[in-house]
Design a protein. Structure first.
Length: 257
């Protein structure tokens, strides 16, 4: 059955939400069978395009991958990231959110919170486009990786940010790299689902970058569990192919016209 925002909201306190990223058709088709939410994350910058960070992803890139993913999902909710520099002010944000929403036909967009942009988030929500929030380690605004919420004052700041995101109208919030105590407090404090990435089991759902959890990206911080090592599996296939070509065992009679 097709997921919608209401169904996602209703799952809070019932069962954990299963979320992953996808950037292309083959992944979308597989993930659709297992995930409540598929995110076309701007992590594609590093995972797919080999960029250093997510600071320079274009809106056209997000739309291209968003179209590919959304058109191959039947059940899962599709969320597309608003890339950095696509929501500089209310007018700019509304224009770009509409562009992403209309072109990709996604169910919602995700906006990283910088502790100030609540009016922008609210304006997108008020324009009729559902928004997923994102707090903690927000890669668009950081240069160096750092776990968030360990100091008392940071924990208080994150709780405040979660509340303000909720007030701005987001339907769920990604908590990225937030320590367990703070993540638990946020999850208990707000009514909407929290989706953790490196934010402990005390979240209403979990998300990972699919390329990381499949062992494809080469990026394995502590919060990533490699559920399979696709890198090795691909190498085995490519090595076998190389040997077969060099020995003229491929193409065989079965493969010729
Ligand atoms: O860009 C991304 O993939 C994200 C994560 C939450 C996984 O924002």
């Amino acid at each position: 059955m097709k997921k919608n925002i209401l169904k996602i909201l209703n799952l809070k306190n019932k069962r954990p939400l299963v979320c992953l990223t996808a950037y292309s058709k083959p992944f979308a088709k597989i993930l659709d069978k297992y995930c409540d939410i598929v995110l076309v994350g701007d992590s594609l910058a590093t995972a797919m395009y080999g960029m250093k960070n997510t600071h320079n992803v274009s809106i056209e890139t997000m739309i291209r991958h968003g179209v590919s993913v959304k058109s191959n999902l039947r059940k899962a909710l599709c969320i597309v990231d608003m890339p950095a520099n696509s929501y500089k002010n209310i007018k700019h944000a509304k224009k770009n959110a509409k562009l992403i929403f209309n072109k990709t036909k996604c169910d919602a967009v995700k906006v990283e919170c910088n502790g100030k942009n609540y009016n922008i988030i609210k304006a997108i929500v008020d324009s009729g486009i559902p928004v997923m929030g994102h707090i903690g380690y927000t890669p668009q605004y950081f240069k160096k990786f750092k776990v968030q919420g360990t100091l008392e004052k940071d924990s208080t700041r994150l709780l405040e940010q979660a509340k303000k995101n909720q007030e701005a109208g987001v339907f769920s919030i990604v908590l990225e790299c937030i320590n367990e105590t703070t993540a638990k407090k946020i999850t208990n404090l707000i009514k909407i689902p929290t989706i953790g990435i490196g934010a402990s089991v005390y979240c209403d759902g979990q998300i990972l970058v699919t390329d990381d959890m499949l062992g494809l990206s080469g990026f394995y911080p502590k919060f990533v569990k490699k559920f399979v090592n696709l890198n090795n599996i691909i190498e085995i296939g490519v090595e076998k192919y190389k040997k077969a070509v060099l020995k003229r065992n491929f193409p065989s009679n079965k493969n010729k016209y």
